[in-house]
Each structure stands twice: as C-alpha cells, then as structure tokens.
Design a protein around this ligand. Sequence first.
Ligand code: ADP
Length: 253
Amino acid sequence: ASRIVVKVGTSTLLYDNGKLNLYRIEQLVRELADLSSQGKDVILVSSGAIGAGVVRMGLSERPSGVKEKQALAAVGQGMLMHIYDKLFAEYGQVAGQVLLTRDNYVQHKQYNNSRNTLLTMLKMGVVPIINENDAVAVDEVKIGDNDNLSAMVAALVDADLLIILSDIDGVYTGNPSKDPSATLIHEIKEITPHIEQIAGGAGSALGTGGMSTKIEAAKIATASGVTMCIASGSEKGIIRRIIDGENVGTVFP
Ligand code: ADP
C-alpha cells in the first residue's frame, strides 16, 4: 500500500480519565512520520477535539449542550493540531490541517476542490490531518462521525488502505463488553445483514460510534476499491504490521 489513510478514535487518543494520552499520540505520529519519510502518502483522520477542549478548559466532564461542545471543539482542535504539528516536526515531517463537512464531499465542485487540495498536500510531502469542522458544522451538513469521514477521505484520494484504530482489535462475533465468548473475525469479505446485526444493527442506538459506523465506513471503502482494516490503537507498531500483511485486526478486502 502506498497511499494510506489512518483514523484514530477518541478512545485511542484519550485516557479513560479524559486526559490526552500523549504517549500514544507520540507513537502514532512516529509511525506515520516514518511511513511518510519512506515516500508513502499518509493521511491522518483524528477525532478528539472536544475531549482535548475539555482538558484545556479544566472541565471535569463533557458538556451536553451543542453550543458548548462546538466551542470546546474550537479550543481542542487547535490544541490537538499544535501537538501533532510539534511531533511531526520533531520527526522531520510537515502536517497540515483540513477541516471538512459533508458539503465538501457531496457537492461536485467542492468534492473536486477538496480532492485537489489533499492530493497537492500529498505531492508536497505534507501529512494532511483531517477532522470534521465541528466548531461550525450544524447537523444538516455533518457527516457525523469520523469512521464515515475517513472512508469518504480514502475514497476521495483513491487510497490503497484505510486503517481504523480503535479501543478494540477488530469486529467480534458479538459486542465483547456484553458477550465474553465473542471471538475476533479476521476477515469480512461481504457485509451481510448478519454482520451489520452483530455490529450493533443499522439504525440502532449505537448508530453514531461503536462498531456500526465502522461497518458503514467499510461499505464506502470497499465500494471504492479501498481495503479497510480495523485494529487496536493500543498495540505498538500496529500500522507497520498491517502494512506488512500480518494477520491482525479485521480486514475488509
Ligand atoms: P472509537 O472511539 O475507536 O471509534 P468506539 O468505542 O466508538 O471506538 O467503538 C468500539 C466499540 O464498539 C468497542 O469497544 C465495543 O464496545 C463496541 N462494539 C459493539 N459491537 C461490537 C462488535 N461486534 N465487535 C467489536 N466491538 C463492538
């Protein structure tokens, strides 16, 4: 794979207590910077803006109001980008921020424009760091979750591989937090209604986040010829291991 999109979820970037997991962010950037310096095209789709905003403002929990979340996203996005920029620079790479909404993908002119921007950044050797434009996006123009966003980005740039890093190492035969006997599915060749069901069911309460948005992402990715892999963001060297073809995580070939 020479063009790779990596998506990291909040659960990978933050500790359970809500603080930024700088150790893990540093490892992630080191792996991505290494790939980039090897001449691979690397794009990072990063969540965590609201969480970082909560930390920065010294709040004890996430606010429930939309306006407050958007304000915190503005604070946290800047903070996250500052950290990414600093770490990529330490490894000799340049990162650039791109904030998207649904319109940038579904409207023909904007689609071409976003695509050209990303391709030009890659040509310049810049690592695009992408998030939804949470500070200003309203529901009507939102993609809504970064799993779907990352698949749209992968399709947009004709990526070879989309890696979704999560707090779990792949799709299980049932939700492991409820069913301890659930086992990891290594490969999903076809997204059947059964697969959708074990992932939480389309349109269930888990509709945003969890496994169901990752399955939606897999549909978008595979329909566009992008191989997708869901794997654990806490495992060291996981990105390299996936690229080297090791049998880790769940692959949608
Ligand atoms: P992220 O922040 O990385 O996007 P999420 O917490 O949104 O992660 O999604 C991963 C979670 O989805 C798992 O920790 C698990 O609790 C839940 N889940 C539900 N169904 C499944 C399943 N069939 N296999 C694996 N995880 C599942």
